[in-house]
Structures are given as structure tokens and as C-alpha cells.
Design a binder for this molecule. Structure first.
Ligand code: ZN
Length: 315
């Protein structure tokens, strides 16, 4: 390949393997590798959460679906089977979720690191997920429940608004910046997440409704060291099914031309160059993010019904 993407990425037989189901009912494997800083973060988080009423939900031995772990261990997916961050491709995703593989990572033009995932969470509803996104940012210890080895801290721009139960989920959550710090692989990244209404990032709200989606936790993100430059687009969409809530995620980190529609997106190329994040670096980051996404949402699916039953009446 002339653009430097390894030939194996774009070749043949990826399709069948990428179409494995990643439902939680399938065989599971323990997560057997955590970078040393994550091991240390786990110990610190375990101590911090110990006195909290929800400490029982702090998971010590996360497991993930075996098929999912293997599918991303086998290497990057073909970029031809990925979604780009254009509005047209977001529309294609919403209209045809089932036509995409349940998991995968790769690097797209820009360069842009890319991750996709889809899972069904038995026993979870989109109502629970809406509650999670307004309850978890109020204490960093709550945020660590989500991924005990990787999550360090989170706070929001307007905690009073996100805690205000007289407002709708959308009023509490959107345009209320989340300042998160978490390990993606061995790298602790400070990230400012601008969760927005779907239409603000180019999703068609009527199409989402028609497809049955009842939660969007999507937005654009900036690194904490350059908060005026958009470096990432994140899409999380949920809808209820007979088997549980279906959760569809996409991440783009990099300088894809379509990212220029977000604040400071035109300055991202210079920033990635300064940070030394080239195509290989973004491919590596995409894999690490893929593992992160798999681990945190598998874990959240397990702890969320119990947390919701116990704590949602309070907030
Ligand atoms: Zn995370």
C-alpha cells in the first residue's frame, strides 16, 4: 500500500472474523494484561472507593467476551469496512448498524485512529445508561467503578446542572464539559469531552428516532493540554431490544478532513505532529482504545443494573 497501511490490513478474509458477535452471554476471558501504571492506579482507586456506599461494585477481575478480545488481537480491520467521521457516514451507521462488524480498529486517512464496537447488554436499559452518564461524573470514585484499572478522575463544568433532577437528561448532560483523566494503554490522557446534542456533531435526530435510539452520549473531545483543538469525535448510541440495551460506539482520533468542522479542528494536524503521534502511533492508540472500550463497557454492563437499583432514587 502506498499510504503506508500494512498490506495485511486491507486484505481478504477479515470480513467473516470481524462479524463475530460480542454479546455478553458468550464465553468470557479474564483481562490478563494491565500496564504497570494501571496496576498502581487500581491500588489507589481501591483505597479511595473503600468508604463509598457503592464500593461493592468495584470489580477486581474484569472479564471480556473471548470472541471480542480475539477479534481485535488479530490485527486492524480493513479501513474500507470502517465509518468515516463525515455526516454521510454517520447517517449510514444509524441506518445500517447491523451491516458493520461488532468490533475493530484501524487507521483511516488523516491519519485518524479508528475504533468501532457494538454490544448488547442483558438486563440494561437505556434509562439506566442515561442515569449513569449524569450520576457517575459527580464523584471521581464513581467514575473509577467503570474501569478500576484505567480511570483516574472526572468532573464536570457545571455539577449543579448535571445533578439537577428537575431537568431532563439532555438538559443536564449536553454542553456540560466532562474533564476526564484515564489511561489509554500505559498513557494517562487528560481529555475534555464536549457531549452535545446529536445534531451538533452531524447526527440526524429524526433518523436516530426512526432507528429506535433513545440515548446519545456523543460529542467531540480535546486533549487537556490543548483544550481549544478538537482531536477526537466519539459516538455512543443506545437503544432497547428484547435482549437488553444495544450499545453502538465509534471513535475517531486524528486529522481526518471531516474533523475540521469541529472547533479548532483545523489546528489538529500541527498538534499531532508536535506530540509525535504519526500513523503508527495512532494505530497503536486505536488498538489500546479498542481494548479500553471493550473492557469498560463489558464491566459497566455487569455493574449498572445493581447500581441503578440501589442509587438511582437518590439522584
Ligand atoms: Zn474510559
Amino acid at each position: 500500500m502506498s499510504d503506508g497501511i500494512p498490506e495485511s490490513v486491507t486484505q481478504q478474509d477479515r470480513g467473516a472474523r470481524n462479524h463475530v458477535r460480542s454479546d455478553l452471554g458468550s464465553a468470557a476471558t479474564p483481562v490478563t494484561y494491565f500496564a504497570v501504571p494501571m496496576q498502581q492506579q487500581f491500588a489507589a482507586n481501591e483505597q479511595a472507593v473503600a468508604t463509598k456506599p457503592y464500593a461493592g461494585a468495584f470489580a477486581h477481575d474484569p472479564t471480556v467476551p473471548l470472541d471480542w478480545a480475539k477479534s481485535i488481537q488479530d490485527g486492524p480491520m480493513s479501513p474500507d469496512e470502517a465509518n468515516s467521521p463525515t455526516e454521510a457516514d454517520l447517517a449510514a451507521l444509524v441506518a445500517n448498524v447491523d451491516s458493520y462488524a461488532d468490533s475493530g480498529y484501524t487507521v483511516l486517512e488523516g491519519p485518524t485512529g479508528y475504533v468501532q464496537s457494538r454490544m448488547v447488554m442483558p438486563g440494561v436499559t437505556s434509562e439506566m445508561m442515561r442515569w449513569w452518564f449524569v450520576w457517575s461524573p459527580l464523584e471521581s470514585e464513581r467514575y473509577t467503578l467503570w474501569f478500576p484499572q484505567a480511570h483516574i478522575s472526572n468532573w464536570v463544568e457545571d455539577p449543579d446542572r448535571i445533578a439537577d433532577t428537575s431537568l431532563s437528561f439532555e438538559e443536564r448532560f449536553y454542553n456540560n464539559v466532562n474533564y476526564v483523566k484515564e489511561y489509554i494503554g500505559s498513557q494517562a490522557l487528560p481529555i475534555e469531552i464536549h457531549f452535545t446534542t446529536p445534531s451538533e456533531i452531524g447526527l440526524d435526530e429524526a433518523a436516530l428516532k426512526a432507528a429506535g435510539f433513545t440515548i446519545s452520549a456523543s460529542g467531540y473531545c480535546c486533549f487537556g493540554m490543548a483544550p481549544e483543538i478538537t482531536t477526537m469525535l466519539m459516538v455512543h448510541l443506545g437503544r432497547d431490544t428484547d435482549q437488553g440495551m444495544e450499545w453502538v460506539s465509534r471513535y475517531w482520533i486524528g486529522t481526518h478532513p471531516a474533523m475540521r468542522r469541529f472547533p479548532g479542528g483545523d489546528k489538529a494536524a500541527a498538534l499531532f505532529e508536535k506530540l509525535g503521534m504519526d500513523k503508527d502511533g495512532l494505530l497503536n492508540l486505536a488498538y489500546e482504545l479498542s481494548v479500553h472500550d471493550m473492557t469498560e463497557y463489558t464491566n459497566l454492563a455487569r455493574i449498572l443494573p445493581g447500581l441503578f437499583a440501589r442509587f438511582s432514587k437518590e439522584a
